[in-house]
Design a protein around this ligand. Structure first.
Ligand SMILES: C[S@@+](CC[C@H](N)C(=O)[O-])C[C@H]1O[C@@H](n2cnc3c(N)ncnc32)[C@H](O)[C@@H]1O
Length: 242
């Protein structure tokens, strides 16, 4: 099945609405389950992404699909003037805003309701765009990436962190078992949303990863593209510039 058509609840509602509903449902447990299910590794992955941005010294940063704002908060280490996080789930951003307030970062980071596919920021607005585990959930991946290309400044960088699919047969077997059985079970117990953590595996499997995703970035117009595999291929950092 084409990745755009893999949806959380297989209902007639547009994917965007189903995704927003799913993240609203699990928002209260999202951070806890992220750390539990990834053994905390996800924090290091975001740190690696932010390091890739350091040389360019970006001052105006957009965190797309910001959720509970972990990526936006990590970007604060770059000492920018402004960080904007956008998301379609108000539920997720509520937890993000609480964290930002606790860390006294409200002057630097603003979270706004916004869909990557239809954001109306002017052309060439941002020095850097980051997306953590968001692109896989887009309703229309091509439209979303094209729009993000439009609002990135020439010379600006895009960094995308996303789950991938390991190629080593042994790692792949373990990964498949973990994502197919353990993740949905733990997710069901703690998040109370039966579908959310099964959708995770389905969407990862259907998503174009590694070189295939780099091809999509190239087709969108991004230059200097590539990817770095993380943790034996469990995830990947994709990068490009305009
Ligand atoms: C798995 S969470 C990732 C949150 C955060 N970036 C992180 O690294 O933990 C995915 C987020 O993407 C958001 N999302 C999905 N499609 C979106 C879209 N088209 N535009 C903006 N946000 C979107 C969801 O609402 C959800 O909060």
């Amino acid at each position: 099945m084409k990745h755009d058509n893999v949806t959380p609840y297989n209902s007639d509602n547009p994917k965007k609405e189903q995704v927003a509903q799913m993240f609203d449902n699990i928002s209260g447990r999202y951070d806890f389950l992220n750390s539990l299910l990834s053994f905390g590794i996800h924090k290091g992955w975001r740190k690696k992404c932010v390091k890739l941005l350091r040389a360019n010294n970006p001052k105006n940063i957009l965190d797309v699909a910001t959720g509970t704002a972990d990526f936006a908060i990590e970007c604060a280490k770059l000492n920018p003037n402004k960080i904007t996080g956008i998301d379609i789930s108000e539920g997720m951003m509520k937890f993000g805003r609480d964290k930002i307030e606790k860390l006294d970062l409200t002057k630097l980071i603003t979270l706004e309701n916004g869909n990557a596919e239809t954001v109306i920021y002017p052309d060439n607005s941002f020095d850097a765009i980051v997306i953590g585990f968001g692109v896989r959930n887009f309703q229309d991946l091509t439209k979303g990436l094209s729009n993000l290309y439009r609002i990135l400044k020439p010379g600006g960088q895009i960094i995308i962190l996303e789950f991938s699919y390991p190629t080593n047969p042994i790692v792949k077997a373990g990964y498949s078992f973990y994502f197919s059985y353990i993740t949905p079970l733990v997710g069901k117990i703690f998040s109370k949303d039966e579908r959310a953590y099964s959708y995770l595996m389905e969407s990862v499997k259907a998503f174009p990863n590694n070189g295939n995703f780099v091809t999509i970035l190239n087709e969108t117009g991004f230059k200097e593209t590539g990817f770095n595999s993380l943790s034996m291929g469990v995830a990947a950092i994709y990068y490009g510039s305009k």
